[in-house]
Design a protein around this ligand. Structure first.
Ligand SMILES: Cc1cc2nc3c(=O)[nH]c(=O)nc-3n(C[C@H](O)[C@H](O)[C@H](O)COP(=O)(O)OP(=O)(O)OC[C@H]3O[C@@H](n4cnc5c(N)ncnc54)[C@H](O)[C@@H]3O)c2cc1C
Length: 550
């Protein structure tokens, strides 16, 4: 057994790679093991949410995402059809990635970058960090927790050699069937099998020329029985991913059934090549705990949700960003003993929230059922198509407009966020209300030098001085220095930023969430600093009491 590695990450999907990358970006040593060779057999995620793009901005990856091979000129419309050559029932128009502009609330915008393009960007980011080692074709077989470390048994799948790795902490980013979660004895609550779905990637370079619906990102296909399939432009060019939604009944489709489904969805017989077929189970699950001792779970290991909405990976990257700075703080010695417990306190509610909304999206998508006249070439058929199209278009907007989901999550009641007594804005999936209330993502504003406020956040704590007394800034600086908590104070003389942040002093955590705000430093600045770094003497509960008592 070689010497103890600070953090062992299990799983090199997007979440494990993001955790490794962010830890490396903070200079923390970690080892990631991944059982595959890193090739993507079938891309799942393709929607990179706006918050994830803000993380990419911090990591310097925006231009790599923009330069990925997904074409920037393909309109991103969602189109509701009876088949690609059949009736169009409705359409939500979206510009291409090249034409879409960031909303006022962010310096970034969402992107389309499928997993086989996005994972390599994260992988290159992680492996470019000197403190990160990625070890592919290496499988975790099991691990035990000891008092001050975990000892994992792994297998080198090429050399068929087993060996042990000792680590201070283990992070399970090993997907829905997580061995780390199982070994930690953590259960999951919810529905383990919502649908048995089949994804087929097929190649057909001329598909767009076979129908009259034009280029689009996604076609949702409705029959008389309701929505039964979707087809997405998975690489925006010649490859298409068809999902046959299925039901809660386990069922494996034959190749003949798959061919029949493709023809039915397109509405004509045509030439194509099936590249991959992936049966998968749609789940609706949240882990009971996100931590046990020295083990943590993140991403699909911690929450498994329907892809409707594109929240899965984006939620997992949020987990990684939350846990990373806390692990770094504890390993660097300035993070207090309660800090790591706050990972579960903060992220589990977000996981549950996103799982629930993904399921609501699924229910909305599957809502139209049993419209026997949908395909009829009759007056009644026209009426049914108009009605179904109108209702479906209205209800699907919930899935397409989700700025609130991506930017509006907050760490309400977190013991390391100091409440200021203000009321929370509604947590509405569609609408994001910018606020610097403690627990929320610190909002974006452009600064005079062309940077975003978000560009000030990341490495350590950021103290925004929006016109405070120098003595107050000095007092907070001294309290942070006393416990080696990294904190950079930045003076901003801009009434618009002050109006947005509403207080003259705002303390922002390394993950970009507000920890505290006020016009003056508290009477005992060290109590505040101890709170935000998780240094209460009696764990999470004690920290919360201290914060609310101030
Ligand atoms: C059809 C579909 C479309 C989707 N679209 C989107 C989308 O647009 N946006 C979005 O945000 N999400 C989307 N998702 C969800 C997204 O794909 C997942 O949430 C995301 O991949 C989870 O990442 P992860 O790193 O947690 O897990 P995974 O991607 O599952 O990675 C886990 C990794 O762990 C490795 N591993 C497992 N066990 C071991 C072991 N014992 N030892 C070593 N390695 C191990 C696996 O090989 C794997 O590489 C979609 C999902 C599906 C099914």
């Amino acid at each position: 057994m070689s010497k103890t590695v600070p953090i062992l990450i299990v799983g090199g999907g997007p979440v494990g790679l993001a955790l490794a990358g962010d830890l490396g970006w903070r200079g923390v040593r970690c080892l990631l093991i991944e059982q595959s060779d890193g090739s993507i057999y079938q891309p799942r995620q393709d929607f990179v949410g706006i918050r994830t793009m803000e993380f990419c901005r911090r990591w310097g990856l925006v231009s790599a995402v923009e330069a990925s091979p997904y074409p920037r000129d393909v309109p991103q419309d969602n189109v509701y059809v009876t088949s690609l050559t059949g009736y169009e029932l409705g359409r939500e128009r979206f510009p291409s990635m090249g034409a879409e502009k960031p909303p006022p609330a962010s310096p970034q915008k969402r992107e389309r970058c499928p997993q086989n393009m996005f994972d390599p960007i994260l992988q290159a980011f992680a492996s470019s960090q000197p403190s990160v080692e990625l070890r592919y074709r290496t499988r975790l077989l099991g691990f035990v927790q000891e008092r001050d470390r975990v000892v994992a048994t792994v297998e080198d799948l090429d050399g068929a050699r087993r060996y042990e790795i000792a680590a201070h902490y283990i992070a399970g980013c090993d997907g829905a069937r997580s061995l780390v979660r199982e070994t930690l004895g953590i259960g999951m609550a919810g529905n383990p099998a919502v649908t048995y779905t089949t994804n087929i990637i097929f190649r057909c370079p001329h598909l767009v020329s076979l129908h009259d619906k034009g280029q689009a990102y996604r076609f949702i296909i409705l029959g008389t029985e309701g929505v039964w399939a979707t087809i997405v432009a998975i690489n925006g060019r010649d490859q298409w991913r068809m999902s046959i939604v299925g039901s809660a009944e386990p069922r494996e489709l034959t190749l003949d059934e798959i061919h029949a489904a493709i023809w039915r969805a397109v509405g004509i017989d045509f030439d194509y090549e099936i590249l991959t077929i992936l049966p998968w189970v749609r789940r609706e699950l949240v882990a009971d705990r996100f931590r046990n001792g020295r083990g943590f779970i993140l991403g699909d290991a911690a929450h498994a949700m329907s892809p409707t909405g594109g929240f899965g990976m984006n939620t997992g990257l949020g987990d990684a960003v939350d846990l990373s700075w806390k692990l770094a703080a504890v390993l660097e010695g300035w993070g207090g003993p309660a800090l790591l417990d706050t990972y579960e306190v903060e992220r589990r509610p977000v996981g549950a929230r996103n799982v629930a909304e993904a399921s609501r999206n699924l229910r909305r998508m599957l809502a139209p059922r049993h419209n026997p006249a949908l395909l009829d070439d009759t007056v009644e058929g026209v009426r049914v198509r108009q009605e179904v199209g109108r209702e479906f278009s209205d209800s699907m907007r919930h899935e397409w407009f989700t700025l609130g989901m991506h930017l509006g999550y907050r760490y309400e009641g977190s013991p390391i966020c100091w409440p200021d007594g203000t009321a929370a804005p509604p947590d509405d999936p569609k609408t994001y209300v910018p606020t610097a209330r403690p627990g929320h993502r610190a909002p974006h504003a452009w600064l005079a030098d062309g940077r975003s406020t978000l560009d000030l956040f990341g490495r350590g704590f950021a103290l925004l001085d929006l016109g405070a007394d120098a003595a107050d800034v000095a007092a907070l600086r001294a309290a942070a220095q006393q416990c080696n908590m990294p904190m950079q104070a930045t003076r901003i003389d801009d009434p618009a930023v002050l109006a947005l942040y509403e207080r003259r002093l705002v303390l922002v955590r390394p993950d970009g969430h507000v920890a505290w705000r006020d016009d003056r430093a508290p009477a005992a600045p060290s109590r505040l600093i101890d709170c935000v770094r998780g240094a209460g003497s009696d764990g999470v509960a004690g920290l919360h009491e201290a914060a609310t008592a101030m």
